[in-house]
Design a protein around this ligand. Structure first.
Ligand SMILES: *Cc1c(COP(=O)(O)O)cnc(C)c1O
Length: 380
């Protein structure tokens, strides 16, 4: 028997919490299977979600397999082993580490613990799309500072002074994505220190380092080293990008232990599952694999940037594992690429309707992307 679906007579949207009502749903990258189905294609590549084209360490895969017999048991809610390994890896006390179901989850915990009606959070224009969701969902106000213009010192990058100007006594969080997604822009050490010196004690500076491992720049700051100097700093990192474990959802926050304690009070006790903890631990122990992924990205990103330049395709220079290109009618180009079996990411939801974000893939994937882009530009 199938239940008949009746037209809802209840206005559920009116019942939703005020902050939730105003939210737009997050638009994730299109899955490969969906594009295969919709366009009748077999050979589809996805360069849409900044995933690691090498995948995770084989040691992480083995750790997952080894747990297949133990799935009836709850995970370690305290994440003891993983936290200790991260403490050694990052050079911080384990008491200042909070584990999350992806770093998205840590942003949520921060919002739940520190925001709410009457409070606000500050971020930059073009900053990562998860920040507005977590802020508004808890009924807090989101303040967006204009980014640097296309002709700024760091085109499309955060304008830290503009962000500081929006902070007031009710600002509990200020988000700095370093580097930022989708722009690939970053903040230098001296600029960041100046900013952190100016952020008031009543505001936590949330430094999102999701792409930390990929960045080569000499004056790129390591947030973990700044925690002692800035007790109101929270550093977010993830296993989703350079570690290639996006499907398992593990992130971690580094903070003052008292901040970790508050985040842990709102955290669901088993937010990081057993497979995810075991895989992350094994992946952390295989730094050779991370170095391989980073080296491949460095080489392929440079190759793509050279090719784009040769094609007269404008792009925003990136220090991450993705590049944002300016293509004009991005929705049309996105669709034309899909028809050629190449999934990239439109970023009109960031207020960038002329740009597309492409993840740096394997050499053959990047060649297919370039080939498809050349065909599409010939058509227009
Ligand atoms: C991908 C990404 C994250 C990480 O998200 P997870 O929830 O850890 O997968 C965080 N911040 C930025 C800016 C990102 O691009």
């Amino acid at each position: 028997m199938t239940a008949t679906i009746t037209k809802p007579e209840i206005d559920f949207a009116a019942l939703a919490a005020p902050g939730v009502r105003g939210l737009d749903p997050y638009q994730p990258g299109k899955p490969i299977e969906e594009v295969q189905r919709e366009y009748g294609l077999t050979e589809v590549i996805k360069l849409a979600s900044n995933e690691n084209p090498l995948g995770p360490s084989p040691k992480a895969q083995a750790a997952v397999r080894a747990l297949a017999d133990k799935l009836a048991l709850y995970p370690d809610g305290a994440g003891f082993e993983l936290k200790n390994a991260l403490a050694a890896h990052c050079g911080v006390p384990a008491s200042g580490i909070t584990l999350g179901d992806g770093s998205d989850n840590l942003m949520q915990l921060l919002a739940q613990a520190f925001l709410g009606p009457g409070r606000n959070a500050v971020m930059s224009q073009y900053a990562f799309a998860a920040y507005p969701i977590v802020v508004r969902a808890v009924g807090a106000e989101l303040r967006v500072a204009p980014a640097q213009g296309p002709d700024g010192a760091m085109p499309y990058g955060h304008d830290l002074d503009a962000m500081l100007a929006l902070i007031d006594a009710d600002t509990r969080l200020v988000f700095v994505a370093n580097p930022n997604n989708p722009t690939g822009t970053w903040t230098r050490r001296d600029e960041l220190l100046q900013f952190l010196d100016a952020v008031p004690e009543g505001t936590l500076a949330v430094l999102d380092e999701a792409y930390f491992e990929y960045v080569d720049e000499a004056d790129y700051p390591n947030g973990a080293r700044l925690l002692e100097r800035y007790p109101n700093l929270v550093v977010l990192r993830t296993f989703s990008k350079a570690y290639g474990l996006a499907g398992l959802r593990v992130g971690y926050a580094l903070s003052h232990p008292a901040v970790a304690d508050l985040m842990n009070r709102v955290r669901m006790p088993f937010n990081v599952n057993a497979l995810a903890q075991a895989a992350a631990l094994a992946a952390l122990g295989d730094q050779d694999h991370v170095r391989k992924a980073v080296a491949l990205n460095r080489e392929q990103r440079a190759e793509l940037e050279r090719t784009f330049a040769a094609m007269n395709l404008t792009f925003i220079p990136s220090v991450g594992n993705f590049i944002t290109i300016e293509v004009g009618d991005a929705a049309a180009v996105f669709d034309a690429l899909l028809r050629r079996g190449v999934i990239v990411r439109p970023i009109a939801n960031y207020g960038m309707p002329k740009h597309l974000r492409v993840t740096v893939g394997l050499p053959e994937e990047n060649r297919r992307l370039v080939e498809a882009l050349k065909q599409v530009s010939k058509l227009s």
